[in-house]
Structures are given as structure tokens and as C-alpha cells.
Design a protein around this ligand. Structure first.
Ligand code: AMP
Length: 368
């Protein structure tokens, strides 16, 4: 439903970014183009976002004095990853505008809350159940059917804290792989999805309730880390519409102000199931920087500052390849390719599994 217009936070204002990785860096670069200043808050001096922000606070997320000073120094706060502590976002929300609001963060930080939320608004997911220890894993596996995937309810990303549990797996070993020895760990056991494609849709929702979505894209993972994104996904129009509709529904029901990435499975019998949501720009949306009228990063800035959302129209199709670890060296070839755009994140050390940059290859636009 449309909301009454509020005065926008005009260019010249300062956007606070909780987190200081590459997503923060790309938010700041697009914000600067619109005339905003950015102030990053994170624990690591010299992090990718710190290198391009007008101001930076290097402090742990539980440093209340630093958080209070940060809140006082900015006009609006957003976050660039969903595992910033909820307490930090809530503390800031008492002192500054935080968009998306902490309630959205709370849902998206926890796989159980996230899937319960999807169920409550009619967005289909795979079957799932909460498990509190190895005995529950053994019991629920019989209900759900093997194999299933055991994930930690919180702090999981890029496949961390996940394990495939088969009929003959040792539930205790599976639990320990997932939870380590944390006594308070909560797990979620998910029915294995027989998918033919992994896709995501990025939706932005403005302060006035307007929602714009980007086309669904196709994601290929390697070692549980996003490797390549194909934009648009090779889907029949009816399925693409369905996926966009789900992202739109979730953005609306979350009462989001900002950007949400919704990762989904396309099953072999053509159903679409939501896997997870990230209430922030997403790796699978990096192609929008070079191939769309408005990038996902500019869209976030527009949403949280109360500007009208920009067009999500694409002027090219695209393949986005992440440069992970040593692959960063591929910038040398890519930078000479006429239709490729190289993005490097300013990280000094190319550790295995570390996202160092990405290359977006632009292709002639197909229909649609
Ligand atoms: P996630 O951290 O939930 O995004 O999971 C990482 C990857 O594991 C996904 O991109 C899928 O490739 C795979 N995966 C996660 N959950 C399931 C599931 N329930 N069934 C099949 N594959 C899954």
C-alpha cells in the first residue's frame, strides 16, 4: 500500500554503513555518484569499504560508545551483511534511522525465523524442522526422509555450518560438523531439494511502498560459494514472473525499506522454493552495476534516502564471474576484453575462498 511521501534525505547527507566489506564499498561508490557521503563502521581497519568512504569508524560491533558516536554522525544507517549483531542494529535504531529496520534483520539472520516468515506469507520453501541436538536429527530424519541437509540456524553463509545427512550417517558426527561444540547451537534440518537451477531475484522497496524487481538470474556455485551469475536466468516467462512475484511479496510483507535478495530453487518439476533472503545488496546482483539503468547499490541508496526507485531495465545481458582467491590474477586478461568490466575490492591477501573481485561480461540482450 502506498504511504504518504516523507521528505527525502537529500544528497550531501551522510549514509552510515554497518559492515566494511566489498558490498559496503560498492554502496559507497554509487552513493558518492549521487552526491552522498558514506561512513563505514566495522572491525577491520583498511577494509574494502573503508578505502572509499569519506569517514570510517574501526570498532567492534558491541562498542556502544562508538556506535552512539556513529549514530550521531550519520543521517541514515544501512548494513551490508545480515550477520551484524541484532543488538547493534537495535541500539542504533534508538538513535538514528536504520533502514531496513532491525525487525527485518532479525528475521533474515535466522534460518528458522526466515522460513517461518515465508510460510506465514505463503511463500513456499522446502520442508524443514528445528533440531536441538543429535537425537532430534536422528528422529526428524526419519520423518523428513534421507538425505537431508543440516544447517546451523544462525551465522551460516557460503555453505558454512552445513552438512548432508544420509540414512546411514552418524547423527552425532553430523551435529558436531554443523555446530562444533557450541552447547547452545540450534539447527535446522531441511529436506533435500531436487533442483534444476538456483536463481535469485533482487527486489527494492522504497519509503513510499513502491517495489521494483530485477530479472531473475541463474547462480552457479563452486564449493558452496557463488562462482557465476547468468543474467537473465534461462527460464520460461511464467516461471520468471512467479519468481519475481515471490520476491515482491516478501519485500512487501517484510515492510522493507531497502533491497532484498531472495535465493530460490527451481525444482525439476518446475516449482519455485525460497531458500533464503538477504536484506541487502547481493553478490548475484553485481551484474546490475554494468548492465542496468540503476544498479542494486544505487537502488538501495535511493530506497533508504526516500528517493524514487530507479529503473531496473537492463541494456545488456551479462555473465558475472567471481574472482575467488588466486583467480584474482585473471583481472589481467579480463581488463583487455572489450565487453568485460573488472571490479577489484582492494583486498591485499588472496586467501582461498576469499572474494577478491568480479568480472561482468556484457552480452547482446536477448528478448524480454
Ligand atoms: P545456503 O547457505 O542455504 O544458501 O546453501 C548453500 C548451497 O547449498 C545452496 O546454494 C544449494 O546449492 C545447497 N543447498 C542448500 N539447501 C539445500 C536444500 N535444502 N536442498 C538442496 N540443496 C541445498
Amino acid at each position: 500500500m502506498a504511504r504518504p511521501r516523507q521528505a527525502p534525505i537529500a544528497p550531501g547527507a551522510t549514509i552510515g554503513i554497518l559492515g566494511s566489506g566489498q558490498l559496503g564499498r560498492m554502496i559507497a561508490l554509487d552513493a558518492a555518484r549521487l552526491g552522498y557521503r558514506c561512513h563505514a563502521f566495522g572491525p577491520g581497519a583498511g577494509d574494502p569499504a573503508m578505502q572509499v568512504c569519506a569517514a570510517a569508524t574501526v570498532a567492534p560491533y558491541d562498542d556502544e560508545q562508538a556506535l552512539a558516536a556513529f549514530a550521531a554522525a550519520v543521517d541514515v544507517v544501512t548494513y551490508e551483511f545480515e550477520n551484524v549483531p541484532y543488538a547493534a542494529a537495535a541500539f542504533l535504531a534508538d538513535r538514528a534511522l536504520v533502514r531496513p529496520g532491525p525487525a527485518v534483520l532479525k528475521i533474515c539472520q535466522n534460518r528458522l525465523r526466515e522460513k517461518d516468515f515465508c510460510a506465514s506469507v505463503g511463500a513456499p520453501t522446502t520442508r524443514y524442522v528445528e533440531v536441538g541436538g543429535p537425537e532430534a536429527v536422528a528422529r526428524e530424519l526419519r520423518e523428513l526422509g534421507a538425505p537431508a541437509i543440516l544447517k546451523s540456524a544462525e551465522m551460516g553463509y557460503d555453505g558454512k555450518g552445513q552438512v548432508l545427512v544420509k540414512a546411514d550417517s552418524d547423527p552425532r558426527a553430523a551435529w558436531e560438523t554443523m555446530a562444533g561444540h557450541a552447547p547452545e547451537a540450534i539447527g535446522i534440518l531441511e529436506a533435500l531439494v531436487d533442483f534444476r537451477m538456483e536463481i535469485s531475484v533482487i527486489a527494492a522497496r522504497g519509503l513510499d511502498g513502491q517495489i521494483n524487481t530485477y530479472v531473475p538470474v541463474e547462480n552457479r556455485h563452486r564449493h558452496h560459494i557463488l562462482d557465476e551469475t547468468l543474467a537473465p536466468a534461462r527460464l520460461p516467462p511464467a516461471l520468471a514472473d512467479k519468481a519475481e512475484g515471490l520476491a515482491r511479496l516478501l519485500a512487501e510483507k517484510l515492510e522493507l525499506v531497502g533491497v532484498v535478495a531472495v535465493e530460490m530453487f527451481v525444482t525439476s518439476d518446475d516449482r519455485i522454493l525460497v531458500n533464503e533472503m538477504a536484506p541487502r545488496p547481493h553478490n548475484s546482483g553485481h551484474w546490475t552495476i554494468d548492465a542496468c539503468v540503476t544498479s542494486q547499490f544505487e537502488q538501495l541508496v535511493r530506497a533508504i534516502c526516500g528517493l524514487p526507485l530507479g529503473s531496473t531495465e537492463r541494456h545488456a545481458d551479462a555473465v558475472m564471474k567471481n574472482l575467488i582467491g588466486d583467480e584474482v590474477e585473471r583481472w589481467r586478461e579480463a581488463v583487455g576484453e572489450p565487453n568485460s568490466k573488472v571490479h577489484l575490492y582492494g583486498k591485499a591477501e588472496a586467501r582461498p575462498g576469499r572474494k577478491m573481485g568480479h568480472v561482468t561480461r556484457l552480452l547482446p540482450k536477448r528478448q524480454g
